[in-house]
Write a protein that binds this ligand. Structure first.
Ligand SMILES: C[S@@+](CC[C@H](N)C(=O)[O-])C[C@H]1O[C@@H](n2cnc3c(N)ncnc32)[C@H](O)[C@@H]1O
Length: 356
């Protein structure tokens, strides 16, 4: 079969004018290059070159091959560029973005809600866990430390976030995590590769969460488990209540919807997992209720997690004309009032587990 490497081989020989220079350009040994060339000529069934006075001359078949090879490789380059553009566009529609403030918010959020979410995040020793959408490693740090004998593969579509995650894990001295840049909708892993899958705050950002679950199920071993944690902004209520605060929260819900996501996805975990052919599905709502008796949660959850999230999307929500600047400011002020004495705040996360 003619392969891309053969097209590259002929193009490099044409461009450099000699076999040794082509081998150098392709980072091949001269014998590997000669082997590929022989393979190709066998495949084609006739010589592509003749040597005359120590110089290489393309035969008629060689000239036809060389012309088509150049055209196909150029098309290939266009395809690669288009895929890269799509990947960048996907990164740009990610609602929370990749700022330092968002990286900090993810860390604050994970630490603040760790007891609610991870009290039962345990996997057996020596088993493999794929964490999809690990971001800056905020959850990775917690689950890898809680399960020092399990092996984690943490993936994300953002190379920049992965770098931060890797650094965070290194700083903690944890050695049971490896990282890879992957798109959850199109994983490079073989079927049945992992014992378990863990996903946190990822499905809410995907235009087709069922497609991602199908792909995650593909790489999960038969009998393996999936754990999914997602929020649901519709579960938010607070005192003092204020229409401006509700409008600001709703602006985030609408913006996320506009970008193809679903900020109210928590309530849909059961049907999504069921539709994706998982068995033994169990959904456990994890309510975070905060009042003045829990000052750590007032700071960590109301201010640094929830209100910081709304503040983080405010520019985009205003640009999308979902809310005016003064409405957004009034909304943020009203949310902060719930954290300034005499208030309360409630939000529910949903943690689902299921088996392949
Ligand atoms: C809200 S963050 C959550 C990060 C982490 N799970 C946490 O809880 O801190 C969502 C992450 O999903 C990643 N993401 C979005 N689309 C993705 C995709 N198609 N494949 C892999 N990761 C994706 C984003 O880059 C981002 O890092």
């Amino acid at each position: 079969m003619i392969e891309v490497k053969h097209l590259q081989l002929i193009t490099a020989i044409e461009q450099t004018g000699s076999l040794s220079a082509a081998a150098k350009e392709l980072h091949l040994s001269q014998s590997a290059l000669s082997h590929q060339l022989r393979q190709l000529e066998d495949e084609v069934g006739m010589p592509l070159f003749r040597r005359i006075n120590n110089q290489l001359h393309f035969t008629a078949a060689g000239k036809t091959f060389r012309k088509k090879a150049a055209a196909i490789l150029s098309e290939f380059g266009v395809l690669e560029q288009q895929l890269e553009d799509l990947r960048v566009a996907q990164l740009n529609t990610y609602i929370h973005g990749y700022s330092n403030a968002e990286a900090q918010r993810l860390q604050d959020q994970a630490q603040t809600v760790a007891d609610f979410i991870h009290r039962d995040s345990h996997w057996p020793a020596n088993e493999s866990v794929l964490e999809a959408g690990c971001g800056v490693g905020a959850q990775t740090k917690i689950i890898a430390a809680l399960n020092p004998e399990s092996r984690f593969t943490a993936i994300d579509i953002s190379p920049q976030s992965l770098q931060q995650a890797e650094q965070a894990i290194e700083e903690l001295g944890l050695t049971n995590v490896s990282f890879a840049a992957e798109d959850v909708e199109q994983l490079s892993y073989r079927d049945n590769s992992f014992d378990h899958v863990f996903v946190c705050f990822l499905l809410e950002h995907l235009p087709d969460p069922a497609k991602a679950l199908k792909e995650l199920r593909r790489v999960l071993k038969p009998g393996g488990t999936i754990t999914v944690v997602e929020g649901d902004h519709g579960s938010t209520f607070f005192h003092p209540d204020h229409p401006a605060a509700r409008k600001a929260v709703q602006a985030q819900v609408q913006l996320q919807h506009k970008n193809g996501g679903n900020a109210n996805i928590g309530r849909q975990l059961y049907p999504l997992l069921e539709r994706s052919s998982f068995q033994e599905i169990q959904v456990s709502p994890r309510q975070i209720y905060v009042d003045d008796s829990k000052p750590t949660l007032v700071e960590g959850f109301i201010r640094n997690t929830f209100t910081a999230m709304i503040q983080g999307v405010s520019e985009d929500a205003i640009a999308a004309q979902l809310v005016t600047p003064s409405e957004m400011q009034a909304g943020v002020d009203a949310l902060l009032r719930t954290a300034s004495g005499g208030g309360s705040f409630s939000y529910t996360f949903f943690k689902a587990t299921a088996r392949k």
